[in-house]
Design a protein around this ligand. Sequence first.
Ligand code: GLC
Length: 718
Amino acid sequence: MCESRAPLIRVLLVGCLTAALPAATPAQHLDSLLARMTLEEKLGQLHLPSANQRANREQLDLARRGLAGGFLNVHGREAARQAQQAALAARHKIPLLLGLDVIHGYRTTFPIPLAEASSFDPELVEAAARMAGREARAAGVNWTFAPMVDIARDPRWGRIAEGSGEDPYLGSVMAAARVRGFQEHVLATVKHFAAYGAAEAGRDYNTVDMSDRTLRDIYLPPFKAAVDAGVASVMTAFNDIGGVPASGSAWLTDTLLRREWGFDGFVVSDWTSVLELLQHGVAGSRAEAGRLALTAGVDMDMVSGIYLDSLAALVRANRIPLAVVDTAVKRILRAKVRLGLFTDPYREIPAPNANAARALARRMAHASIVLLKNEGNVLPLARSAQTIAVIGPLADNQLEPLGPWHAQGRRQDVVTVLAGIRAHVGTSAQVLHAAGCAIEDTATAGFAEAVAAARRAGVAIVVLGERHDMSGEAASRTSLGLPGVQQRLLEAVHATGTPVVLVLMNGRPLILEWAAERVPAILETWFLGVEAGSAIADVLFGTVNPSGRLPVTIPRTLGQIPLYYNHRNTGRPPSDSDKFTSKYIDVPVTPRYPFGYGLSYTTFAYRDLKLAAARLGQRDTLRASVTIANTGRREGTTVVQLYVRDEVASVTRPVRELKAFQRVTLRPGESRTVELRVAVADLAFWGPERRFVVEPGSFRLFVGPSSAEGLETRFEVR
Ligand code: GLC
């Protein structure tokens, strides 16, 4: 970025202008440059090929001819320098955007975004993104394809791992935090625009169909938050929405994104999503697909090659106005100005201190761990004088904790659970280890060793879950139990009578019914990155008191899906006393674990919920105060959550909507009164007149430790 360390949006203007461009205002530079470019060179700026860590001979030649606007998957200082040198050898010396999927870390792998969202700590999440962006920029990357902000209500969909879960408010807060963090060093990209997480049946890339209201109230807010935070680029999604593919939708990428939201960055397609307009059946040729996408507002074509190879003829035949091409090119050039590339295309910043990065990753991992169950206070473990059995295919595994999309993260950098526990106990306890089985096969030969270890131990830490590639892209699952024979291993270890602590590593909510009923302690750790084992051991032994809260609902059965907390009430809300109400005959309608839920090693009491005012005007701010006491014997952090319910409106409204939250750390016996504020304007919903409204009337207010419990009061909006 430019010299200033200020976030990208603030440095938009000054001092990043180029030696290759005459001294003038950015607009005049770009206009004069544009006037000197051929049509092919213009279309070249809209072309984004993918390399394999370094540009190949053909790609370097393309750059030398000014026929690439950037590359994805070029990284490493030498490879980045080589690519930029090729571009600077072209007629107009236009530097390249060098993009990479730095989703949760470049070399230092942080917890997956779903885990980070469990922290409910936007400041920490922002710091993690900043560190990732810095590592990436030091390696020559100047653009990341993150944050992914897709709301996900269906855990069959593997990409739930990459986002912030099911809630639009939490998703919006995390989206803005990540944009701010990344854009201190690289351009960020909010993706996948839009509603990709609503893929029918949780099947990746599948069609999406929803009401305008659900789109506006649930799936779009995190994108709007990213735009309001100054995100530099938007990536369009693979899916169609109600029959209109997102990568060919003028309503989405022009009317909504630019005219309504005022987005002034650039839009990039997803991988071949321009070409896929053919498969969608809305274009009959490559050229037609390209015309549809570019005129809809998709400025850059990732990997299809259509813009470069097929659009010049359409422009010359007046099938695409040259002005459309020029507008797209200027957006790409402005992004390069914002990055300071014309001034310093190499901009090699020093890599951050690796230990500092790991320390931050460990802090992020601590905050991401959710304690789901702790019957009889099995946890935290006593450190001394006992034998600990560490069992399971993920106990000593250095690959899976990296998660499904880990850029340059390396398995050798990962601290496993076994290593973390051993480092924690030293010689004060005996640590036994047995994998017991693989993550996903049918072999049970290892059970005996695992059972024997459990029998010899005072406690069995059983580390189970998914492979890193069982979530993420193209990784939808139709069953959400523990893969392979892991469940049988868990039952075999449990049958020894040794107390079991289940440690889960997974990229999506899993169905945990057997364990939830029988295993005394359960930690949901998702995939925590390089410091997974250290952070998990810190929590297991009580060095750290877990504070994570679920950003997604954990259902009881697959048959309940989709299941989410901010559902509508229906005309027949479920009632055990009335058969003819909305419920199942075989399973409760409630989740196993609700949104916002998480336990601690201490306990908290909430009391004295008060409102500064109970009648509010449209321009007012709701101010709710509550007193929280730590009623246990350990310092701990609770996440106080504020939900509202619009009781009577012109359309049906959710039974709960998260509108504010705050982490509160209290010493044993300490109590504190905290105030949460919500602008009345933030209670708006997409009304019948197709605009956001706050309708006068009564609202219920809930303040508590999750979406399923808390103190309640009411307020009125005039
Ligand atoms: C992928 C993903 C997208 C990613 C892009 C570049 O298919 O959908 O999230 O940023 O291609 O790797």
